[in-house]
Design a protein around this ligand. Structure first.
Ligand SMILES: [Zn+2]
Ligand SMILES: [Zn+2]
Length: 743
């Protein structure tokens, strides 16, 4: 009998598969195995099974164990193969990095039983002493909801298990097992009436559900995109295949703070279909359980962030990506994939439709949706995107907010605020309406400055300035985390008159407290929202009208509905208007549209006031007219002239090391090899990265620019193996970023 040879992918930085004998185990494609590799035991995945090996059979080792419980299906292999190839990343590392942590460990993937808790029928709360704080907190949580899960209890206190044991003993609480996939409780959610545009969008998509077809759902904030998704998915999910298996759908969302609202809507409207979520706020056992539910086909709806684009789903029939322009879809280390591009490939491989939704589509997507393919062979086979537009707000009478620029030259700011903006805040306060001030900088002030010698506090590890955090009396680097005390004297000249320069969230909060003493003000940034519940609690306060003014960073810009919020002030964003990053304008527009969307969502008209020194800037003109389409067309024209993506394709070779000379040597040697490769790709000379030093590492990069993806890939296929073989390649940290978002 010929030996069975398993081709195994391992989580090692070597770009090939490894041969092992099956050792008598009944191994199947996609199983996890345990192998000995370089003296260590590693988890691997069987990618192929064969009778042949390039190595002498007698030298091959046998696998030491096979876990048969998890199968990676062949469509998932196909997708990961594509990604490993396209992003030039070792297949084994790509494959294993997409698995839940529990599946990367050397043990069977038995998911632990999960419990939820509820009050017993005759629970006698008086048995718990008021001094037992943790137990009291648990009781409050249990009284507010029908059932409370382990992860919800874990958020309340680290000692929750002990408290629950005691409550169970007292017969106040009872536990019962829960599974990941349960259909949501049926609710009396009413189907909202759709406007003409929504109806049309749904009809278009439903007419073509059995083929690959990309759609751009371009809808202003509040135009009811979610309702369109829901009604489409309802139909898709209702279909069963010949074996009676129900369809599955994947809904991708950018960030965790968006998930709860969307999840709640999906659960109440699509309650008959089991739903699981996949994101980084889940515990590892929840993540495993949800992943298994998705890959077995039991969960019909998966709502997840970036990484969930790889989750095996045997009956996947449609992909929806909400807020497709969001930068968080791009992975910034390891395999630097873009979830939008991966989702597109996945939809194409499975021959299913994909809907990308946004109020401010990325220029990449806008380009694909608005440009007729040229008539050369290559683009002919490219599927034309369908463009679905929702230009009206879904709620009747809800007008789009009025957007004004406050020219800070004519109305100079005092402590960061123009008198016009203060007056508008005052008016809202009188009318008991809420306001939001958006400033994209946390801390007290961005710079500590010496008046005598102009010294500013630098980070010793990065080419960046330290940010003043006055309440903690510390200076912090927002790039590397370095912290130090605020010096009493200037380290350079000894002067004691040191001043914080500029504005950030804490300072603005303080200024507002002085100017509007009666206002109830809350600050939302990474410093104030440092635990999982903080943001949810604050949002509840806002909804209960316990807050008058919110001051915050982009954390506030996304997805939250505040019906009584009628004013949005925008402070200090001029830097992005003239940034060297060619995507800065696109991003700023998206961000401002999103913040503006917070104003006047219900039946109250909203107003947006932007403080700027450049009120005539084209971006503001487009924003005032709320005309993303012509702004995007103009940007595209610019990109065409400048030869920037999406009209061409970039890749970035980044390198860093303790000493700049090593970085220089590596990049120069890499360029030298490239000279011998015949290519049309433009390879630029090495330049320092925008952030020259980061965490004490010296950084530089080489930009590649190509007219087609194919030309870029051809060059890299030849270049990368030679680059990896350079002796100096082991002495620097380097990476290749295909379609980079940051420069
Ligand atoms: Zn000084
Ligand atoms: Zn730093």
């Amino acid at each position: 009998m010929p030996p069975v040879i398993l081709k195994i992918a391992l989580d090692v930085p070597i770009n090939r598969l490894f041969d092992y004998l099956s050792g008598g185990f009944n191994a199947q494609l996609g199983n996890r195995v345990v192998v000995s590799f370089a003296g260590r035991n590693l988890i691997g995945i069987i990618v192929a099974i064969s009778n042949q090996s390039d190595y002498p059979i007698e030298k091959l080792k046998a696998v030491s164990n096979v876990f048969d419980e998890v199968l990676i299906d062949s469509p998932s292999f196909k997708l990961l193969n594509f990604c490993a190839d396209y992003y030039h990343y070792p297949l084994g590392q790509a494959l294993i990095s997409t698995l839940p942590l529990r599946l990367r460990q050397i043990k069977p993937a038995v998911s632990r039983k999960m419990f939820a808790y509820r009050l017993t029928e005759n629970a006698d709360m008086a048995l718990v002493s008021p001094k037992k704080v943790v137990m009291q907190l648990m009781l409050t949580a249990l009284q507010s909801k029908q059932e409370v899960t382990e992860s919800e209890l874990a958020l309340i206190s680290a000692t929750w298990r002990k408290a629950i044991r005691e409550l169970t003993r007292l017969n106040i609480v009872t536990a019962y097992e829960v599974t990941a996939v349960k259909a949501s409780l049926p609710t009396s959610a009413v189907e909202p009436t759709l406007n003409v545009e929504q109806k049309k969008a749904i009809k278009c998509v439903l007419a073509l559900t059995h083929n690959f077809k990309p759609w751009l759902l371009y809808g202003v904030t509040g135009s009811g995109k979610t309702e369109v998704y829901i009604q489409i998915l309802q139909r898709v999910l209702s279909e069963k295949n010949a074996q009676g298996m129900g369809a599955q759908v994947l809904v991708l969302v950018p960030e965790i703070n968006l998930t709860p609202q969307l999840e709640a809507r999906f659960r109440s409207r699509l309650s008959q279909f089991p739903l699981v979520t996949l994101h980084s706020n889940l515990s590892e056992s929840e993540r495993l359980q949800n992943w298994l539910a998705a890959s077995s086909g039991a969960a019909k709806i998966v709502i997840g962030t970036r990484l969930s684009v790889f989750t095996p789903m045997p009956q996947l029939k449609m992909i929806v990506m909400d807020e497709e322009h969001d930068g968080s879809y791009k992975q910034q280390d390891g395999m630097r994939y873009h979830a939008r591009d991966v989702a597109m490939v996945r939809a194409k491989q499975l021959n299913i439709p994909i809907i990308l939704g946004s109020a401010t589509p990325s220029l990449e997507t806008w380009f694909n949706a608005t440009n007729q393919p040229a008539d050369d062979q290559k683009t002919q086979q490219k599927q034309q995107y369908g463009l679905l537009t929702l230009a009206k707000r879904a709620v009747e009478n809800a007008a789009l907010p009025d957007i004004y620029c406050i020219d800070v030259a004519k109305s100079p700011t005092e402590n960061g605020l123009s008198p016009l903006l203060v007056k508008a805040l005052q008016e809202r306060l009188t009318k008991s309406e809420q306001s939001l001030l958006f400033i994209n900088r946390r801390g007290y002030a961005p710079v500590l400055h010496c008046n005598a010698c102009q010294w500013v506090a630098p980070c010793t590890r990065c080419s960046a300035r330290l940010v003043v955090h006055l309440s903690q009396k510390r200076l912090k680097c927002h790039h590397c985390g370095l912290e130090q005390k605020i010096p009493l004297q200037c380290p350079s000249c000894g002067n004691a008159d040191m001043r914080p320069l500029g504005h950030a969230t804490q300072r603005l909060e303080q200024t507002l407290q002085t100017l509007l003493p009666s206002a109830r003000i809350a600050r939302v940034d990474r410093d104030s929202m440092n635990n999982k519940n903080a943001l949810t609690d604050l949002l509840t306060q806002v909804h209960n009208q316990e807050i008058d003014i919110l001051v915050g960073t982009q954390m506030l810009a996304k997805g939250h509905d505040f019906p009584n919020l009628t004013l949005v002030g925008v402070i200090d964003l001029d830097g992005a208007l003239y940034s060297p990053d060619f995507r800065a304008g696109e991003r700023l527009f998206a961000q401002l549209m999103q913040v503006a969307g917070r104003a006047g969502r219900a039946d109250k008209a909203g107003q947006v006031l932007i403080q700027t020194a450049f009120p005539q800037h084209a971006l503001f003109n487009a924003l005032r007219a709320q005309d993303y389409a012509s702004f995007a067309d103009e940007l595209l024209q610019e990109r065409r002239v400048m030869q920037f993506p999406p009209t061409c394709f970039f890749a970035l070779l980044r390198a860093e090391a303790n000493h700049f000379s090593l970085v220089g040597q590596f990049l120069n040697q890499a360029l030298k090899i490239a000279n011998d490769i015949k290519t049309d790709v433009m390879i630029y000379d090495p330049i320092r990265s925008q952030m020259e030093r980061l965490k004490s590492m010296e950084r530089a990069q080489v930009l590649l620019q190509a007219n087609t993806r194919a030309a870029l890939q051809r060059l890299l296929k030849e270049w990368m193996p030679k680059m990896r073989a350079l002796p100096i390649a082991t002495k620097v940290r380097w990476s290749l970023d295909i379609d980079p978002l940051e420069f």
